[in-house]
Design a binder for this molecule. Structure first.
Ligand code: HEM
Length: 500
């Protein structure tokens, strides 16, 4: 890589960005500061890491357009319709549709989802409990050996299952997203559809979701992607039809959409199909990764875990918190905020420049890709001192601006599902921590990477699922997680028994 003298530009390979996104972002920031470009020949990508640039990019929606899907498929194809949801809309169309679909996501609608969220979380925890009782310890992700260790509360040796937090949370959110979007009354049909959409979303990532497409990848999977899109569309249409015929519920987004459009409303079925597909993709892995990272971070910080647990015990005595109780756990709130700062599920997003404009020292021409990265902004030491430290208490007297802290984006395109996902996180995390102490398996290799905008674990996160006994212990781990979070100091602290 060569440094360009006049502008904050690094000459290099654009593919470096997709092959190791974190290293590329960090190198650009360390070389140039909060605004930089990566240039290869005539092509360049401009990167914004600083709040002042984010503000310009995210508020000027006429100049900076969202174009989430790199591959849209032929006009009138199923794939084109499926990729036509909010993330592909701009200007007046975006504004109109955002207003049309926002109702089921507003705070006043959240009570509709609380029971389904609790029900599925209880099923997950019952399954973990059954695993600890069964000697084979086989779960749906394969056979994972359990461990025999002493149980602090009963002072006996017990056999506990080892679960993969990454797979468990991904699978749980597949069920949860399917139920909340399509209906908790038809769990199996909803789950089947969720799985089909999930395959299509993953195939999009492979073919080129995000800013870049390589011909090699497109050629290999393009036809497959279009075929898969036809299946997804046909399944979504069947479900819409079935919902209309067999009845609507108050507990799923699709029913609420259909109700709002009952009298041949302004959203056509073609558009509904696009909205539903994009929402599924936007909700599933982002929330799953946030759940997995938050549990991992807490497990590795026994003192924080102990404080959260005390708060949980003081707030609700049953297995699950009520809608009112989830808003009365300030420590849990700070933990979630801090987890989404240090390991944000959305590592970056992108825009395409539609009018010639100036961004800092750069003259941007039409078609330039501009990336804004939450991952980097959340680590700017001038905003977040000691940025690699997981420190929920930094939020005690701290209110960053919308562009300094943006796990859900900012401005007119800010995440529509933020209240829903926070409601899931604030309900499910306390439920898990109330019943289980999750202890990461010693010496596990934990890696994370940003793949197609999302920062998620790229390795299993094996953890012992121990009935809660308050004996919180961190474990030494390996992997690139150490480059993302400073865990060394807490590893020395190792064990923290809850005060009685
Ligand atoms: C922890 C979970 C989540 C995270 C971290 C997250 C993050 C984000 C971010 C960063 C954006 C802005 C993207 C941009 O500006 O280019 C966004 C947009 C969006 N998200 Fe989320 N999201 C989450 C959960 C959800 C859920 C549960 C739903 C719906 C069920 C959802 C639906 C959407 C939609 C529809 C948009 C597009 C909004 C628009 O363009 O107007 N998200 N999300």
């Amino acid at each position: 890589m060569k440094y360009h003298r006049k502008l904050p530009v690094t000459q290099g390979r654009l593919l470096d960005f997709s092959s190791d996104t974190i290293a590329c972002l960090q190198n650009l920031y360390h070389q140039h500061g909060d605004l930089a470009a990566l240039r290869e020949g005539e092509q360049q990508i401009v990167f914004s890491f600083g709040p002042r640039w984010h503000q310009q990019i995210l508020s000027d929606t006429e100049t900076f357009h969202s174009r989430f899907f790199a591959v849209r498929g032929p006009k009138k194809s199923a794939h084109r319709r499926l990729t036509s949801g909010l993330l592909s809309m701009n200007g007046k169309e975006h504004k109109t549709h955002r207003r049309l679909v926002m109702n089921p996501f507003q705070k006043k609608s959240l009570h509709n989802y609380h029971q389904p969220i609790v029900k599925l979380a209880s099923e997950l925890l019952d399954r973990w409990q059954e695993m600890s009782l069964s000697s084979s310890n086989e779960n749906e992700h394969g056979l994972i050996a359990g461990k025999i260790i002493p149980h602090a509360a009963t002072a006996t040796w017990q056999h506990y299952p080892v679960i993969d937090l990454n797979a468990e949370m991904t699978n749980f959110m597949l069920r949860e997203t399917s139920a909340l979007l399509f209906g908790v009354d038809i769990p199996e049909i909803a789950l089947q559809l969720g799985k089909t959409i999930d395959r299509w979303v993953r195939m999009n990532h492979r073919v080129g979701m995000g800013a870049f497409v390589t011909d090699r990848h497109v050629n290999a999977n393009y036809e497959l992607l279009l075929e898969l899109a036809e299946n997804v569309e046909s399944d979504v249409r069947q479900l819409i039809q079935a919902r209309r015929e067999t009845g609507l519920t108050d507990h799923d987004v699709l029913s609420l959409f259909i109700q709002a459009n009952k009298h041949r409303g302004p959203i056509s079925d073609d558009q509904l199909v696009g909205h539903i597909a994009v929402m599924f993709g936007a909700a599933h892995l982002t929330t799953a990764h946030t759940l997995a990272w938050t549990i991992f971070l807490l497990a590795q910080h026994p003192q924080m875990m102990s404080e959260v647990y005390r708060e949980i015990e003081q707030t609700f005595s049953t297995d699950s918190p009520s809608m009112e109780q989830i808003e009365k756990m300030p420590m849990m709130d700070r933990v979630i905020k801090e987890s989404m700062r240090i390991l944000p599920a959305s590592g970056y997003s992108q825009r395409i420049c539609m009018n010639p404009t100036r961004l800092g020292p750069f003259d941007l021409c039409v078609g330039t890709t501009v990336i804004f990265s939450q991952f980097m902004t959340h680590r700017l030491p001038e905003i977040y001192p000691n940025p690699e430290k997981f420190d929920p208490d930094r939020w005690l007297n701290f209110s960053p601006s919308a562009y300094q802290y943006l796990p859900f984006g900012a401005g007119p395109r800010m995440c529509l599902g933020a209240p829903m996902s926070l409601s899931i996180l604030k309900t499910v995390l306390p439920m898990i921590l109330k019943r289980f102490r999750l202890q990461v398996v010693s010496d596990a290799e934990i890696n994370g990477q940003i793949i197609s905008t999302m920062l998620g674990p790229t390795t299993p996160i094996p953890a012992l699922a121990i009935p809660q006994d308050g004996d919180f212990q961190s474990s030494p781990v390996r992997g690139n997680i150490h480059a993302l979070v400073n865990l060394k100091s807490v590893e020395q602290q190792a064990s923290f028994r809850r005060a009685a």
